[in-house]
Each structure stands twice: as C-alpha cells, then as structure tokens.
Design a protein around this ligand. Structure first.
Ligand code: XMP
Length: 536
C-alpha cells in the first residue's frame, strides 16, 4: 500500500495532517521527527511503500537547536513537503537562512501566487493545486530570510514573506502556512496536489480494505491459539471485539469485562447484549463492585482514587485471567487506537501528553505479553472517527458506536470526595436522564442530528455539597449535581457546548423532579484549558 510518512517535530497540527491525507484515501503514518529512517523508507517485511515525506511544524526554532530529521531524508530522492517549521528546517539544512519575525504571524493571511507556467515538473503538478490567490492559515514566529541554493519562492504572504517555496530540480516543496487546518482555503486541494499529484499515491486506503488486511493478518498471527480481549464497554474495545469475532474462530475468542460498580446505568447489560449479538461465545463478566467500593472506602483524594482503581484493575485482571486457565500461547488483544499510542508516547509521535494516569496501554500483564510478542492491537492504525466507521461496517450497535468517551475510573472521578454505592446510584440515575434527553432533543441548526451527536462528551457530576430547597411545602436538603457538555476534536482541548437555555432548564427540572436526592443542578461553563474535562 502507498503511504506518506509524516515526521513529527511537535506541532499541534501534526495529527491533523494525517487525518487530512487519510481523507484523501491515502494511508499516512506519523513518526517522531528524529527517527532513524534506515529500514523505514524501504521496509523489507511489509508491503507498504513510502511515496513521500512530510516534515511537520514545531514550536521550536531551527537556529536554536530545534529538532532535525535523519539526514537520509535529503538523500532518499523521495518528494519532501515541509510545512511551517518543516519548510524552515529544509531551507536551513540546505544552507538557507531562518530568522525570527519582528512580530509573530497568527491566523488568516492572504497568499498571492506567481504564474506557474515558468516552472518545470514536478513543480507544475504541485502548483496546479493552488488558487492564484487564497487565504491561508499561519502560525509562525520565524521566517525564511535567505533561500538555500535551488529553492525558489512561488507564493508570497500579504505581509511579504515566502509562503510557497519549491526546489528547481529536486522534488522538494515547502509551505509556510498550514494546509491541514480547516480555515486554510483550498488546503485539501494543495495536499492532494502533493500526495496524489506529485507523490503518485493511489487512493487505496478504505475501511473495507483495512478490514480485509487486518483480518488476514490476525488469522496469520494468531492461528489456532486462543485470543483474550479486555473489554471496557466503550466503542474501541467493542469494535476490536467485533473484529476478532469475525476474523477468528469465535470459539477461540475470550472477552473479559469487569463490572466495577462504577459503570453507567445499564452499561453491563448493554455491553453483554451487544457482544452476544456479534457472536461472542466466551464472555466473562467479572462482578467486582464490592471489591472496588470497599477499596475506595474513606478515600477522597482524586489521584489516590485513581491509583486504588488502577491497582485493583491489575490485581483482578491477573487473578481472573489466571482463572481462565488459557495456555501460555494465548494472544492478548486490546482496543488501543493510534491516538492512544501517541498520547502514551509509545512508538509514534514525539509528544507524550500523559493525561490519563491509568491508561491500559501498559499493565504488568500487557507488558509481559508485549515482551513475548503476543499482543494484538487491531485498531492501532485508526483514529477515533475511523473506529466508529469500522464499527458500523462490522455491525456493532449504533448505540455503542456513537457512545461518548468514558474514563477508565468511571463514575469514581465524577463523584467528588468519597465514593459510595448510594452516591453511584444517585449519579447513575441523573446521568441516564441527562443522556436520554440529549439523545431525543434536536441539535439547533444541525438537521436531524440530536444534541448527543453534536456534543463530544457529556455527563453529570455529583458534588460533595448539599443545599437547601423546598419540595411541596417541605424543606429539602439535597445534593448538588453539575452537568458538563463539551465540544472537542480529540479531548486535548475542549469548549463548553452552548446549550439553548430551554433545553438546560427542562433537563434540570426533569432531574430534580425524578431523582429525589438531588436538590439543585448547575451547568459547568469551563473550557479546557484551564479546566480539564473530568472534574477529578
Ligand atoms: P481530562 O479530564 O484529562 O480528560 O480533560 C480527557 C479525556 O480523557 C478521558 N479520561 C480518561 N480516560 N482513563 C481513560 O481511559 C482515565 O483515567 C481518564 N481520565 C480522563 C476523559 O473522559 C476525556 O474524554
């Protein structure tokens, strides 16, 4: 399969470059910017062919020891596209000058192109993707001040700096702006001119093809051995389960799910029904509510709660897996996504945003299986929205496919202070009403879509505060509930969902009328940053 390699120097938009290229039907892979490239450009053991390399942006400066690629990129003969810092890197490494701008350029900026008729190939093919003038999106504090030999400016920003640069004889291209950002006019056409036009990548990356490839590689690797998948009930592990059940003999697929008592209302039943519909024969549901609640008793501190839950997960996981008595040759599967690998700093991407102190990319069991070469992660090349698409192709219930993310520690990080069974039940009830309302209420200005589908993640939080109210003529002393609903691309940053007041008022009324222990409802209006999405 043709692929584009993206070398990540730490820009916020590197992942977006990958998404946009995949939207063109071309497979794109991200590697840390300074990765050694021997064996990567012409791997002996895969059918993947690198057709071009993108050098990403970066918050650093080239003249202050900013990250640099393996010098092999300049000798490999493949087309190179430098984006922002990537362009500055290319120019600097080839002997050009890069200096700080008097004032950083940020946001929408016009670009004017020169006529393309004087250029040779492949410049002409690339330039065919550009409008004569367009509004680009920029974010840079440095600029090219002297061009390296052979580089020529083809487009200039309205502020007078080089915006589009191409080498006269080598297939080297550079953009000072970010074509991957949706505010960049014609950005997809520019990327397509590079990836499809110049690199000649065929648009072979479809989900149907991915399913076929993954299925045959699963069969080949796992053979007749049993496979065990740890299921959380979320989209990723359920889709991974569907993939295993359809690729392997369902009789050899074991699915293990822990009901920690910190799950949402009816979650365990929904997960069970959905996996059984997908043909699961060995579904091991471990009921461990009491173990979790007694371990959490008296604990109020958020990180301590997370630690207790993470440790107990591992203890129970090892105990229950041992109890299954699978032969040592079994494979352990998990629903790790491409973004999980990037977030946990494992293998791809340079930037490890460690936001999840108990992420299941690593646990002693997982680590041991990884060392033994017996881990399977069939979704590790996919982004979240691609997993949802795959889930639909595999026939996973729509209810599961569209489900919002749910943190590993579950309701424990949404009950501030001590977690008790009573509080879990109150929160479950209130949260279920909130979700039900979001699923039936239309989203303003979004056609048939419901609020639930417009919102990236929504949930209720039980605060450790009680306040005074009246019910009938009687004084009531009820708990305070906070509702949270955010929009986001990836959970790294988030904006508050701007609810129509009517929806919030009606939802609040239904909650206080139905859940008798709740006396007051508030709406959390904090974005991330500075707040986080979860309250703990
Ligand atoms: P925060 O609260 O850090 O959350 O802004 C970002 C996203 O991650 C989810 N989250 C977790 N997911 N284990 C997980 O698997 C965790 O410990 C965890 N903590 C937060 C959160 O729901 C949001 O989608």
């Amino acid at each position: 399969m043709d692929k584009i390699l993206i070398l990540d120097f730490g820009s916020q938009t590197t992942q977006l470059i990958g998404r946009r290229i995949r939207d063109l039907g071309v497979y794109a892979e991200i590697l840390p910017g300074d990765s050694p490239l021997s064996g990567v450009l012409n791997p002996a053991d895969t059918a993947d062919t690198v057709r071009g390399i993108i050098l990403s942006g970066s918050p650093e400066s080239v003249y202050e020891n900013g990250p640099a690629p393996d010098t092999a990129v300049y000798g490999c003969g493949l087309p190179l596209l430098g984006i922002c810092y990537g362009l500055q890197r290319l120019n600097y490494d080839q002997g050009g000058g890069v200096e700080a701008l008097p004032k950083r350029e940020y946001g929408r900026i016009g670009v004017q192109m020169r006529a393309a008729d004087s250029g040779g190939e492949p410049a002409r093919t690339f330039l065919a993707g550009f409008a004569p003038a367009f509004t680009a999106w920029m974010s840079h504090g440095d600029t090219l001040t002297r061009l390296a030999p052979g580089l020529r400016v083809w487009g200039t920003s309205e502020t007078g700096y080089p915006a589009v640069v191409i080498h006269d004889t080598r297939p080297w291209f550079g953009l000072q702006f970010h074509p991957e950002v949706s505010h960049c006019e014609g950005g997809s056409e520019i990327l397509a001119a590079g990836v499809v036009g110049v690199c000649g990548c065929s648009a072979g990356w479809t989900m149907e093809q991915y399913v076929e490839e993954v299925r045959s590689s699963l069969r080949e690797r796992v053979g007749d051995n049993p496979a065990l998948l740890l299921i959380s009930g979320g989209v990723d592990s359920t889709v991974a389960g569907a993939l295993l059940l359809t690729a392997l003999d369902p009789g050899a697929v074991h699915l293990m799910y822990m009901d920690t008592g910190l799950m949402r209302k009816d979650e365990t039943n929904t997960v069970k029904a959905s996996l059984e519909r997908l043909g699961a024969r060995h579904l091991h549901i471990i009921h461990c509510e009491e173990e979790f609640l007694s371990a959490l008793k008296g604990c109020e501190e958020p990180e301590a709660k997370r630690r207790i839950i993470g440790d107990l997960f591992i203890t129970i996981q090892e105990r229950e897996v041992a109890r299954l008595g699978l032969p040592d040759s079994y494979y352990l599967a998990q629903g790790t996504l491409y973004t999980d690998l990037i977030e946990s700093g494992k293998g791809v991407g340079n930037k490890a945003h460690l936001i999840k102190s108990h992420h299941n990319v690593g646990s002693p069991l997982v680590d041991a299986k990884r060392r033994a070469g017996r881990i399977i992660e069939p979704l590790d090349r996919l982004y979240k929205d691609e997993v949802r698409r795959l889930g639909r192709i595999l026939g996973v219930d729509e209810e599961v496919v569209r489900r919002h993310p749910f943190p590993g520690p579950g309701l424990a990080v949404r009950i501030l202070g001590e977690v008790t069974k009573e509080k879990c039940d109150i929160l479950r009830e209130a949260d279920a009403i909130f979700m039900e309302e979001l699923k039936k209420r239309p989203a303003p200005g979004a056609g048939d879509r419901r609020l639930y589908d417009e919102i990236w993640q929504a949930f209720a939080v039980l605060l450790p505060i009680r306040s005074v109210g009246v019910a009938g003529d009687v004084r009531k002393y009820g708990w305070v509930l906070a509702l949270r609903a955010i929009t986001s691309a990836d959970g790294m940053t988030a904006d508050v969902y701007p609810f129509p007041a009517k929806d919030l008022l009606e939802i609040s009324t239904r909650i206080t009328n139905t859940v008798k222990d709740i006396g007051r409802v508030t709406y959390d209006i904090s974005s991330k940053p500075p707040a986080t999405i979860e309250w703990e």
